[in-house]
Design a binder for this molecule. Sequence first.
Ligand code: 1D1
Length: 663
Amino acid sequence: MESACYVQSHPFRGHLLGTDPYRSPAAAHPPKPAQDRSEPPRAQQQQQQPCRIISDPCTGRSYSKGRLLGKGGFARCYEMTEVSTNKLYAVKVIPHSRVAKPHQREKIVNEIDLHKELHHKHVVKFSHHFEDSENIYIFLELCSRKSLAHIWKARHTLLEPEVRYYMKQIISGLKYLHLRNILHRDLKLGNFFISESMELKVGDFGLAARLEPLEQRKKTICGTPNYLAPEVLYRQGHGPESDVWSLGCVMYTLLCGSPPFETSDLKETYRCIKQVKYTLPACLSSSARHLIVGILKRSPGERLTLDQILDHEFFTKGYTPDKLPPSSCVMTPDLHPPNPARSLFAKVAKSLFGKNKSKTKKSSEEKDDISKLVTGLVKTSICRQLSYKTVDGNEIAPVSGHALTGSSSPVETLTEEASGKSVSRSIRGSLVGSSDAFEDGVSASGVMETALEVLKDCLSSMPTVEGKPTSLAIHERFVWVSKWVDYSNKYGFGYQLSNRSIGVLFNNGTHMALPANRRNVHYNLTNSRHFVFPAASVPEQLQGQMNILNYFASYMERNLMKGGDLPCPDEEGRPPLLLLQWVKTEHALLMLFNNGTLQVNFYNDHTKLVLSKPQDSYLLTYINRDRNSQTFLLSSLLETGCSLEMFHRLKYTLKLLQQKAES
Ligand code: 1D1
């Protein structure tokens, strides 16, 4: 709930925001060509086709209105692109009609006046503002990873190092504000925006105010009730200490999962705040508890200051990462203070596959370090050209710049006994050779394009028949998805193959798989690099994802019907199939694999189509509603024809692929 808070008002003098009083509707809406009589009247037309280009009447700059980001206060917020520069902004669009009353306009003036003076790394950048005949536009820094509220929604609780990471940035921004005698007065998760590079920016100055002497402070209640300080509820005014109180509530919420004074009844919440009545869960570390207690003091004067918070052992003794991975927006990151083992892993990864492979010679000490760690890897192979589609639709391009060349050379198996020297050689071997472990040059779009062509050819000339065409015996290497779980709102997409191997395509684009024998874990980083670890000793950094993989595996085992698993030839030594991309429509789930296989599951009758090319020829498998499967040589089907039910599903698949290719 947001309660009103009106700041000292300046009388409204006609035009409000710009320095130029000229507000020309013509400038805002460039003249249109003469209308044909058959066209609807302009007002009606505008309603049907909302204006997507907005022009600043003063500068003449044009902006193209993009997606709606959300609503806040009086505003609807849109992504906008400056047409001439392609620069992106998050823009608050406030209709004049919504701020018709003087005190409403004053709120906007106040927000703009305060915000435009602020320049700090951890404060949302105010770019510029203007108005046209319909709206006021406030152009702000776009923060593509939304806000801490979104992260909290996906994660519920964060790790202490993450909380330190975010809090340090909030405190840095807040110290800047307080030094300038500006109170934010509405610190909450939704007002901490997160940039593309995971930097936090304090934003929304809609309730901000300049600090007044105690006796002159406004006594109105501002901010979000759960984070209101007792003195604000007692109408003693809002001081810098009240912002500190809210910060304590933010810290509590991120560590414990819910706000400290949350109840189902607002009056009860206010009572708890006034009495400072909250519980500290047992899972909190003692330093976190101690700090929360130091912040959530009833008397503002007793509360820790921002500097004292930073000096608290919660910050000084605990590890704070320099950066958080974007995946931490949706899943628990593997965070560890720098330690020798971790830097070894990083060094190895960098030395094997690093983008900026150093040309300088490594010291012998460093070389030894690297080889020590590599003995822990069972096998290292490199997958050249994979790309993943993450659930939010980002295609992650394969890393260029270290594409491998040369003829294929077998990837050596590195064992615990391998000596430093031989390990280094074997790594070099795998670096210069192409890995036989993975299909080379396979990308989701490549698989999709090929499947599209094959199906197009097939459907253009294949007859349909009444009876069943002759099928082939199932090919021995034929593998398909027998179970799947879409848990992409939290972690990713898990699947079990008919050969009992398990895979997860995580939301962050990485992939982890466990073959049927469960001996080794195959891990593909976003940048297409393939690692293999013994399942019993995956590196600490991957333990979180390993737990999720195990969780998926046991969930599918326990909760899903047997999907017709097949006894499969020994897959020893071959990496499991890798899901490159999945697409869900209203009717079907489409999956693309790195061996070129395409599988489509139709939800309503559980029928499935699988197009595969295990050797030289394409096979088409149809699993009907009774779960009987038939596999056909595609070339034979072209002559004998296929059943109508198969034909319809093939057509649907083709349409889906065409749509994807077009988009
Ligand atoms: O102040 C905001 N900023 C900086 C912001 C930045 N990026 C507000 C208002 C423009 N918001 C949201 C929009 C809806 C409610 C608050 C922002 N959103 C975003 C953003 C980028 C991509 C998604 N959201």
